[in-house]
Design a protein around this ligand. Structure first.
Ligand code: ZN
Ligand code: ZN
Length: 236
């Protein structure tokens, strides 16, 4: 439970970045993997120090240390958490007949190692530090705020509005600027001799979505249909 509590507490620090459907994830190993997918430094130890720069942009010569954080990292969770799971239940009849009986001396030794590690984690002077650079946008579809962690390199990322599901591509352009591009499909108007085009979000491409064409004024709807299969060359 201590390993779970520490991991959930850490996840809480990232709550604005975790898709709500992941809130049900409970295995600490999976929760920590989720955090690492959001921020590769999520399970790394860190120290925080501050100081006054004598010259702007040059690190200060004198730094005051605020403290260090020891994190219950993924490797430790992998090593110990699952191993404890089998002790939560009595061995089944099959296990009793087949397997060796549980080695309680080994279990005790493992628990002592875990306790020593957790004590180091809990003694950290700073904890659940998440530093990063974020790009924000008011969703163009529903006006909710979207916040996405963006690395310093100009990497193209995908972001999703947790409120309405609209998807975007995001790129960090400079210190203060990021470029957001809605991920939409451009679909030509099916009307005869109409050059109209409509843009649909990915989640709108489903049966029942309809629109009125700006060019020909007719309404169209996405339906299921059966069409004659075009001849395909026989596969080898
Ligand atoms: Zn939205
Ligand atoms: Zn049209």
């Amino acid at each position: 439970m201590a390993m779970e509590a520490l991991t959930y507490d850490r996840a809480y620090a990232y709550r604005q970045e975790i898709p709500p459907k992941e809130y049900e994830t409970w295995q600490p190993r999976k929760v920590m993997q989720l955090l690492i997918d959001i921020d590769p430094n999520a399970d790394k130890n860190s120290s925080i120090a501050f100081g006054l720069e004598e010259e702007a942009g040059k690190p200060a010569k004198k730094m005051a240390m605020l403290g260090s954080e020891e994190v219950l990292n993924l490797a430790t969770l992998k090593k110990h958490y699952d191993a404890l799971g089998s002790y939560l239940h009595m061995p089944t009849l099959k296990q009793m007949f087949d397997g060796p009986s549980p080695d309680f001396a080994q279990l005790k030794e493992r628990c002592e190692k875990i306790v020593a590690y957790l004590e180091k984690v809990l003694a950290s002077r700073v904890f659940n530090v998440t530093l990063g650079q974020f790009a924000t946008l008011e969703c163009v579809r529903c006006s909710a705020n979207i916040r996405k962690r963006v690395p310093f390199a100009s990497e193209l990322l995908e972001a999703k509005c947790f409120n309405c599901g609209a998807e975007y591509r995001v790129r960090n352009e400079s210190d203060q600027q990021s470029l957001w591009e809605p991920i939409v499909e451009e679909i030509g108007c099916p009307g005869e001799s109409c050059a109209g085009k409509i843009k649909l979000w990915r989640d709108e491409i489903k049966r029942g979505t309809w629109w009125t064409c700006n060019s020909c004024g007719k309404a169209y709807e996405i339906c299921l249909s059966i069409a004659e299969k075009e001849a395909t060359p026989p596969s080898e």
